[in-house]
Design a protein around this ligand. Structure first.
Ligand SMILES: [Zn+2]
Ligand SMILES: [Zn+2]
Length: 188
């Protein structure tokens, strides 16, 4: 088969370097088309008096982003109800993935609003700090909703996490064991 060369740089035209948006008879490679477009744009800018953009350093860029974000927030206040619903949805998903019931079989609590994720071997705070760093006051940057997102993103790891209700979790933390079985309610 006859080979064709780019009429600008002379490179042999293959399927990989041919400009796909041009007809096969236009013998010019992709790179040359791109360079030409760049030159055209530069000339055009010069003509219109548009100065080339100054390259920002990473710090400057971040600062600019921050200002822009604040400006945006002024005109677009966050829809808190929606944000809350979003995080609520993730929380529900996580709780369902962990079985939706308190891990203490004596308890059997299923109301999702009072179920929490428990670190089986303890060290929950340390673990959160490890994942996200800590604030100047020494607290974890990872709050509840972030933690639930993390669990979801990591495929709901079961090795060190289980579901406990607040009661069982607090009792376990305070005296090292689950609450005593609920006394049945009797009259008198
Ligand atoms: Zn070329
Ligand atoms: Zn419980």
């Amino acid at each position: 088969m006859e080979t064709k060369n780019c009429r600008k740089c002379g490179v042999v035209l293959m399927d990989e370097n041919r400009a796909p948006y041009l007809s096969i008879n236009q013998c010019i490679c992709h790179n040359c088309v791109r360079d030409y477009a760049r030159q055209w744009l530069a000339r055009r800018r010069e003509k219109l008096g548009i100065l080339p953009k100054k390259k920002l350093t990473l710090e400057e860029h971040k600062e600019k982003q921050k200002v822009r974000r604040l400006e945006y927030r002024k005109t677009h206040p966050p829809d808190l109800a929606r944000v809350r619903a979003y995080h609520q949805g993730i929380r529900e998903e996580v709780i369902a993935a962990y079985g939706g019931v308190c891990a203490n079989t004596e308890c059997g609590e299923t109301r999702s609003e009072i179920l929490t994720i428990d670190h089986i071997n303890g060290g929950g705070t340390q673990h959160r700090i490890l994942l996200s760093g800590k604030t100047p006051s020494g607290k974890s940057r990872m709050g509840g909703s972030r933690f639930y997102s993390w669990l979801r993103k990591n495929g709901f790891p079961k090795d060190n996490f289980r579901l406990l209700c607040y009661n069982c979790n607090c009792c376990l933390g305070r005296r090292g064991s689950f609450p005593s079985p609920r006394r049945s309610v009797t009259n008198g």
